[in-house]
Design a protein around this ligand. Structure first.
Ligand code: SF4
Ligand code: SF4
Ligand code: SF4
Length: 317
């Protein structure tokens, strides 16, 4: 692996020859917009938003999937690049619900951010709009296919854990949507409510239902803690408002961390001031449950009680 020297938007950068243009640009503070790119996931170059112009090439290239080369001269904001990005974003906006005012993802949504950066608006048009396809069956996740931009990040991140692989692309062309198992709901599918998919969704198509209506991205403060339930130490954000801990949000699962529902509930119970009731899935149905059952502590609690009463008896004797 050798180092190469290239120019990006007039700035020189030296990086390893294995680096993508997108990552090389990031190293010198140039952000190239991308909806489907995630350094922890296999590169797909599906959204095409990260296109850049490379001198000597007629075609624009996706910067997430193109490696740097010695002497390369790259333009990330040329007229041609900006026009193409605007066209792509406008197409996405044209089939996206215009409910940014009330969307839980407002302030964090990448489509909203890029539309603002490129001065694009929702517009009245004759084309098709995605029908609202809300899956409200889970107490943990809200899925809205109408907001999905088909970046595929949820599919890939779910599949990284071998016994999950719940999400797939269904249908084709404009009808394409993200399905669970063979067209099941979050409740009836094999989804384990780990929230991995929620952490990577760039828009409001997958949101944490337990945080709905409790906070906006710019509200309150937050800190990151590691789950103590097992050695993976997955990360969660504890969100506080008015001196109260109000929500636990899963952080993206890096370094092979799996995330799981028990770890999340454990974190809620430990940190949240007024945790909501837990639910568990029994034979494809979510049912309200007790904290000891949700955290599989029933057996342990019985053992504690037995040991405590034995101790009491020994003392009496
Ligand atoms: S919550 Fe977890 S198991 Fe369910 S679809 Fe998302 S990533 Fe897959
Ligand atoms: S649900 Fe979100 S992460 Fe999944 S494909 Fe749609 S936009 Fe991407
Ligand atoms: S969230 Fe689950 S997998 Fe992650 S550390 Fe906690 S218990 Fe372990």
């Amino acid at each position: 692996m050798s180092d190469v020297r290239l120019m990006i938007d007039g700035q020189e950068v030296v990086v390893s020859s294995e680096t993508s243009i997108l990552e090389a640009a990031k190293q010198i503070g140039i952000e190239i917009p991308a909806l489907c790119y995630d350094p922890n996931l296999e590169i797909e170059a599906a959204c095409r938003l990260c296109l850049v112009e490379i001198e000597g090439s007629n075609k624009l290239q996706t910067s997430c999937s193109t490696r740097v080369k010695e002497g390369m001269v790259v333009h990330t904001q040329s007229e041609k690049v900006v026009k193409t990005r605007k066209d792509i974003l406008q197409l996405l906006l044209d089939s996206h619900p215009n409910d940014c005012l009330t969307c839980q993802k407002a302030g964090e949504c990448l489509l909203q951010k890029y539309a603002y950066d490129y001065d694009l608006k929702f517009r009245v048009h004759d084309g098709a709009m995605r029908p609202q396809l809300l899956d409200t069956s889970s107490p943990y996740i809200l899925k809205d296919n109408a907001k999905c931009i088909l970046c595929g990040k949820c599919v890939k991140t779910c599949a990284q854990v071998s016994d999950r692989q719940v999400l797939t692309f269904a249908e084709r062309g404009y009808e394409t949507y993200i399905a669970l198992d063979a067209n099941q709901t979050l409740e009836t599918s094999s989804c384990v409510s780990c929230n991995r998919c929620v952490t990577v969704c760039p828009v409001g198509a997958l949101v944490d239902k337990r945080a709905l209506g409790k906070l906006r991205s710019w509200d309150g403060s937050s800190r990151v803690i590691n789950c103590k339930r097992c050695d993976y130490g997955c990360e969660f954000e504890i969100v506080s408002k008015d001196k109260k801990n109000i929500a636990v949000l899963a952080k993206p699962p890096t370094n092979g961390r799996p995330l799981c529902l028990k770890g999340r509930l454990n974190t809620e119970l430990e940190y949240i001031d007024e945790p909501e009731v837990p639910y568990r899935k029994i034979s494809g149905k979510f049912e309200e449950t007790t904290w000891s059952k949700a955290l599989s502590l029933d057996g342990l609690l019985e053992k504690f009680e037995k040991m405590d009463s034995l101790k009491g008896k020994t003392r009496e004797e």
